[in-house]
Design a binder for this molecule. Structure first.
Ligand SMILES: [Fe+2]
Length: 170
């Protein structure tokens, strides 16, 4: 029987899973998903701060759209992190691991509504490019679950780009 004191000493660790994807491939895919998770988490925060601060005639559509985005992206972070765990790897643990890998910056101190939209479009498009590459890698390595997850996320981000562009079309 496991002693209670030992139960408390178990730490997060890699698992050697035998689901038909070689260890090296699982590592490659887990790392790719970690990068996507970092970008997704930073985009949660950016969508939220823009939700709070948008002003002007675009307030209503952008306030509502960013709310949909940060809620959807937050749930996606969970799916992405849990996929990393299912691949036998640890999900990011430190702030540096969760956010540090991200290519997305939140550095505009007083953006206009138009600047917010253009900034969000660039971030969603960047995530699409990263996901397309990772989805392709996952498929090549026989990881159809990650491929499916990333394809679903791509669908969301491409739709987000379309809707954001539609707001500022002239
Ligand atoms: Fe709100």
């Amino acid at each position: 029987m496991t002693r209670a004191s030992n139960v408390l000493k178990v730490k997060p660790h890699r698992e050697d899973v035998h689901t038909g994807i070689p260890a090296a491939d699982r590592k490659t895919i887990a790392e790719a998903i970690s990068g996507i998770l970092a970008d997704t988490y930073v985009l949660v925060i950016k969508s939220h701060v823009y939700h709070w601060n948008v002003v002007g005639p675009l307030f209503q559509p952008l306030h509502e759209m960013t709310e949909d985005h940060y809620q959807n992206l937050f749930e996606a972070c969970d799916d992405l992190a849990e996929r990393i765990r299912a691949l036998g790897h640890t999900a990011p643990l430190t702030d540096r691991q969760v956010l540090g890998d991200s290519a997305i910056r939140i550095d505009k101190t007083a953006p206009t509504a138009g600047e917010m939209i253009k900034d969000l479009i660039a971030d969603h498009e960047g995530l699409c490019r990263k996901m397309r590459e990772a989805a392709e890698t996952a498929e090549q390595k026989g990881d159809f679950v990650s491929h499916d997850l990333l394809t679903g996320r791509l669908t969301y981000h491409e739709k987000a780009v379309w809707m954001l562009r539609a707001i500022i079309a002239d």
